[in-house]
Design a protein around this ligand. Structure first.
Ligand code: NAP
Length: 243
């Protein structure tokens, strides 16, 4: 059975990816750092539908915990076929309101966490000479949205890292791509004030936010052989926001 590790899968986009990949036949490792009950409920849903998986607590900002996540997933399922680097956070505020702690926290999770997991997973994927890494970026990696200087910088870094890793790992049979969603209905955007939400809805040509399931659909395709010749790409899915 193929396996997939999804970081930050206790809710939101990660949860939808875990459920979708389990439906696609992967044994899924549902990573979380604090929300154990939510992670367990994702696993219960998967098992109720005949899927396979496990939950795994690891703070991916800690290199040792990130390594342990990948090591134990590899042991449990005899390899790792897919890594979805998804656990991320947003720190929205204008420049003069931002503190250095926000800078550190955001880079620790959105950049270093992705790096630690990718490095550990690539080592396991080398063995099989195959594997897929999917980095959850954001439309903010390319698009300038006021108030997102730190978040944009982390996602821009992920886009760059995605391209470089694709170049480094291609000859080892490992594909690396990123998805750049626009606004997706999850707890992350629940915090937006209603007037901001209205403003964004007007700016999106499709006049709606995306769903986590729509992102999971793209993850499913990128993970599969249907995209066997796609690597180093940043797939934007934003209802037209960035046009
Ligand atoms: P979310 O609802 O806030 O969920 C974040 C997930 O990350 C949770 O499962 C959380 O679990 C986990 N997490 C947080 N810190 C962690 C850590 N240190 N180690 C391991 N897991 C950790 O986020 P989301 O909206 O689904 O976003 C997921 C990804 O998509 C992020 O990378 C985000 O930047 C990107 N994205 C989101 C949107 C959007 O509109 N929602 C748009 C573009 C891109 P615990 O509670 O257990 O920590």
């Amino acid at each position: 059975m193929k396996s997939a590790v999804i970081t930050g899968a206790s809710r939101g986009i990660g949860k939808a990816c875990a459920i979708r990949l389990a439906k696609d036949g992967y044994a899924v490792v549902i990573n979380y750092s604090r929300s154990e009950a939510e992670a367990q409920s994702v696993l219960d849903t998967i098992k109720a539908n005949g899927g396979e998986g496990m939950i795994y607590r690891a703070d991916v900002t800690d290199p040792d915990q990130a390594k342990a996540l990948i090591r134990d997933a590899d042991k449990a399922y005899g390899g790792i076929d897919v890594l979805v680097n998804n656990a991320g956070m947003v720190k929205d505020a204008y420049l003069l309101m931002l503190e250095n702690t926000a800078l550190d926290k955001c880079f620790d999770l959105n950049v270093k966490g992705y790096f630690y997991c990718a490095q550990a997973a690539a080592l396991k994927m080398f063995r099989k000479k195959s594997g897929v890494i999917i980095n959850m970026s954001s439309v903010s990696g390319e698009m300038a949205l006021a108030g997102q200087s730190i978040y944009s910088a982390t996602k821009g870094a992920i886009n760059s890292m995605t391209r470089v890793l694709a170049k480094e790992l291609g000859e080892r049979g490992i594909r690396v791509n990123a998805i750049a969603p626009g606004f997706i209905e999850t707890e992350m955007i629940d915090v937006l004030p209603p007037d901001k939400k209205e403003e964004y809805l007007k700016a999106i040509p499709m006049h709606r936010f995306g769903t986590a399931e729509e992102v999971a659909n793209v993850v499913s395709v990128l993970a599969s052989d249907a995209s066997s010749y796609i690597t180093g790409q940043i797939i934007t899915m934003d209802g037209g926001l960035s046009l």
